[in-house]
Each structure stands twice: as structure tokens, then as C-alpha cells.
Design a protein around this ligand. Structure first.
Ligand code: ATP
Ligand code: MG
Length: 431
């Protein structure tokens, strides 16, 4: 008996349904693969952490900490928060387990993050991030590497049209001089700034550069820029990075307004943006955060990383239909009657042993219906086990896509025939 209204998921938290999963899995396979090529190791941390971790890492005056976190008090009276991002936890774990002590680490993570934002296309309350963190390197080389990981990922996924914006926040001293100068510039405009920016003018004027308000952005057009406050060393570091990117053939644009929404960044910052996703244009973002490990109570460790939004990435992959991550079955196996179900199971297992992807139709309905289902499944070939089939008799193989004639054949010829007409050829043993 049904009682009450049908229960729905929480707004902004999505089910990923079976027909989306092949694209997700294709993207996830690419993530793992790119991480492997650059020798990054996976780390998995809890989804729930002490609220303090995010306050200290991300910054009290940020959108995330001020208004986007899912925070609650548990039965012990501890304030806990569903993680809004992955870097704080990764560095916390690195500190806690001594992973950063006199050693370098290349780490990656992937998983759900939670932010209480206004849900819209490309912006959700539970979303997924893939991130990499290179811990222990000071130079621009590792920054270039982090960029190359992203660039290679787009290539693996067949994505074009992502553009790279980079900036440097300079040293702490330069930044504090810039902060003062920006504040001086903005104060006369205070009344015209958006509400958040007015509030930040006193304590954290840098964050105003990240405002999405059009009028605030207009006021910022003539503001002093961070570039005016770079020290020579910082400028040379940034120039070296640009040289490395250029020699790797990576195109980029220096955007001196780019500051990012998290306080832990210290030098180089970047964003990969696309014009294919409307307002939610940032696909991947990151930079250098040399102060974070120490801020969380560990030793000082230079660090660079990025986080990539998987919903936006999956959407981009789906839009670029040219590369189809849809994994269709190789074979749809039809048994014509219950009597040959045993042979059907055996043949399906035999084909899976040969690495073919097989869907069993079972003998639940008539042949015509089953053939229609085979068509819908997108399988390359329908294999029919006919009524009265015994080992020495003939199977029917019917190619469903491309060329190839329907043919009768003994079981022993089936593998060769299928290799001829499936486009996802099973891998041959390499040894
Ligand atoms: P935005 O400017 O779009 O709010 P952000 O600066 O808050 O992004 P980061 O915290 O740097 O984003 O997170 C890295 C990436 O994670 C973003 O570039 C985006 O692809 C993705 N992302 C961030 N917030 C969301 C969200 N609420 N829903 C879906 N993806 C998100
Ligand atoms: Mg945001």
C-alpha cells in the first residue's frame, strides 16, 4: 500500500542513471589513466571532516565558508561539515600520516563534494571533483606539469575549445601592498559595490576581484592590478612558467583579474574555461598553495594542484558527440526457447571469456521481439541459439550494424566471425 507522497531526492543532488554511466565511466577511466601517466597515486579521505579544517584552509571570508557549507553538530557536540572540496582533506591526511615529511607526493582524488548553492545547470549541491595535488615542489616546472595533466585529459576525452587563463598572486608582501592599494582605490566606490564586496572591502578586498557582479566588475576595470606589485623573483618565476608552457605547445592567456574563490592560493593560479556550458564556464581550476600544510598544523610544504568539476566535464563530453564513450555490447544473445537456455548460458560465458561484452536476452519472448531488443541495445551482432540446438548444430549470427550478412555457423567459427564485425575488438593477449 502506498502511503504519503513519493519521496524525492534532495534539490541539487542528482541520481546518476544507467544511461549516463557509460559517459561517466569513460571520463573516470581517462582520469585514472592520466594520473597513471604522470605517476600520481590515489588518496581517499572521509566525506565528513571537522568544520575547523575548511574554515582554516579555505578562509572564513569566502563564499564557500560563509554560505555554502553543509555544517551540523553531531551527537558529541562536534561541528562537522560535508567536504566542499578535496584539497583541505588531502593536505590534512598528508600531515596526519607523515606523507609530506621529507618526501614529495603526487596525489589524486575523485569523489562527491557538497556546497549549498543555487542549483542550476552545471551547478549542484552534490557534485563531483577530480583533483591532483603535487606536494613538495617549489618551481614553475611542477606548475607546468599540473597544466599538462589537464591538457592531456582534454585530449584523451576528445575535447577542444577549452582555454587556459593564468595569473600569479605574487608573494605575501606584494599581495598585502596590493590589498592596501586596491582598498584605497575601491573605497570611494563603496556604495556602488555589490553587497558581498562591500562587506569584504574591509577585511578581504582581494576577494572582490572574484565578484560576479557586473557593476563591481566595471568599477574594477581601472583598479590597480596584482602585476604592479610583483617582486622580481615572482615575475621571473611566472615568466619561466610561461616559457615552459609555450615550449610544451600549450596556449594560454594571462588574466590579471583571476584570483580564485579560495584563500589558500599563494602564487600561480589558473582556470580552464569553455564557452560551451553557458554561465558555468569553469571546468577546472587550481594553482599554488604553499602555505596550506603549515596553516593546518603541519610543516611548510610547497604545493600545486587543481580540481576539475566532473558534471561539467561529462556534459562537455556529451556535447562533443564526435567522441562516443557509449559502450555498446558486442553481442546480444538470443535463445529461441527454454530448452536451449543451458546452451545459451554456456555460449554467453564462453564469449565473455574471450572478452566480448554479451547481453543475454533469455527466451522470454518471441524471436521478432528479441531481435528488436537486440537492435535497441546497440549490439554489433545478434547471436541466436535456435530451438533444438545441440553442440554439433548451427548457430545463427546476425550483424546489426554496418555490413555483413546473416550467417549460420558452428560454435567453433563464432569467435572469428565476431572479431570481424565488432568495432571494439577485444584486446589480444599481449604476452
Ligand atoms: P564557480 O566559479 O563555477 O563557482 P569555483 O571557483 O567555486 O567555481 P572551485 O572551488 O575552484 O570552483 O572548484 C573547481 C571546479 O569544480 C570548478 O571549476 C567547477 O568545474 C566545479 N564546481 C565547483 N562548484 C560546483 C558546483 N556547485 N556544481 C558543479 N560543479 C562545481
Ligand atoms: Mg563557486
Amino acid at each position: 500500500m502506498a502511503s504519503g507522497n513519493a519521496i524525492q531526492s534532495i534539490r541539487g543532488m542528482n541520481d546518476l542513471l544507467p544511461d549516463q554511466m557509460s559517459t561517466w565511466q569513460g571520463v573516470e577511466a581517462a582520469l585514472r589513466n592520466v594520473a597513471r601517466l604522470y605517476d600520481y597515486s590515489e588518496i581517499r579521505t572521509p566525506i565528513l571532516e571537522r568544520t575547523e579544517l575548511f574554515k582554516r584552509a579555505i578562509g572564513e571570508q569566502t563564499d564557500i565558508v560563509e554560505k555554502e557549507m553543509y555544517t551540523f553538530t553531531d551527537n558529541n557536540g562536534d561541528s562537522l561539515t560535508l567536504r566542499p572540496e578535496g584539497t583541505a582533506s588531502t593536505v590534512r591526511a598528508g600531515n596526519q600520516h607523515g606523507l609530506l615529511h621529507n618526501q614529495t607526493q603526487r596525489l589524486w582524488y575523485s569523489g562527491p563534494m557538497f556546497r549549498h548553492e543555487r542549483p542550476q545547470k552545471g551547478r549542484y549541491r552534490q557534485f563531483h571533483q577530480f583533483g591532483i595535488e603535487a606536494l613538495g615542489w617549489r618551481g614553475p616546472e611542477v606548475e607546468a606539469e599540473v597544466i599538462m595533466v589537464g591538457e592531456r585529459l582534454w585530449r584523451m576525452l576528445g575535447l577542444t575549445g577549452l582555454s587556459l587563463q593564468i595569473n600569479t598572486l605574487g608573494s605575501a608582501e606584494g599581495r598585502s601592498m596590493f590589498r592596501a592599494s586596491l582598498k584605497d582605490y575601491l573605497t570611494p566606490f563603496e556604495k556602488s559595490l555589490d553587497e558581498d564586496s562591500q562587506r569584504r572591502l574591509e577585511k578581504n578586498p582581494l576577494r572582490i576581484l572574484d565578484s560576479k557582479n557586473a557593476e563591481t566588475q566595471k568599477i574594477l576595470e581601472n583598479a590597480p592590478t596584482l602585476q604592479d606589485f610583483l617582486e622580481r623573483k615572482e615575475r621571473e618565476h611566472f615568466e619561466m612558467l610561461q616559457m615552459l608552457l609555450s615550449s610544451a605547445g600549450v596556449q594560454f592567456e594571462v588574466n590579471s583579474r583571476l584570483v580564485r574563490g579560495l584563500d589558500y592560493y599563494t602564487g600561480f593560479v589558473f582556470e580552464w574555461v569553455t564557452d560551451q556550458l553557458g554561465a558555468q564556464s569553469a571546468v577546472c581550476a587550481g594553482g599554488r598553495y604553499d602555505g596550506l600544510a603549515e596553516q593546518l598544523g603541519g610543516r611548510s610544504v610547497p604545493a600545486t594542484g587543481f580540481a576539475c568539476g566532473l558534471e561539467r566535464l561529462v556534459e562537455l563530453v556529451s556535447l562533443n558527440k564526435a567522441n562516443s564513450l557509449q559502450a555498446h555490447p558486442d553481442v546480444y544473445l538470443i535463445t529461441q526457447s527454454a530448452d536451449v537456455e543451458g546452451a545459451g548460458v554456456r555460449i554467453a560465458e564462453y564469449l565473455r571469456n574471450k572478452d566480448f561484452k554479451v547481453v543475454s536476452g533469455f527466451s522470454s519472448s518471441n524471436l521478432k521481439k528479441q531481435l528488436r531488443r537486440a537492435d535497441v541495445s546497440g549490439a554489433a551482432v545478434a547471436v541466436i541459439v535456435p530451438d533444438g540446438y545441440a553442440l554439433e548444430s548451427q548457430l545463427m549470427a546476425k550483424p546489426l550494424r554496418g555490413q555483413g550478412e546473416q550467417r549460420e555457423m558452428p560454435e567453433s567459427d563464432l569467435e572469428k566471425f565476431l572479431r570481424g564485425c565488432t568495432d571494439q575488438l577485444p584486446l589480444e593477449d599481449s604476452e
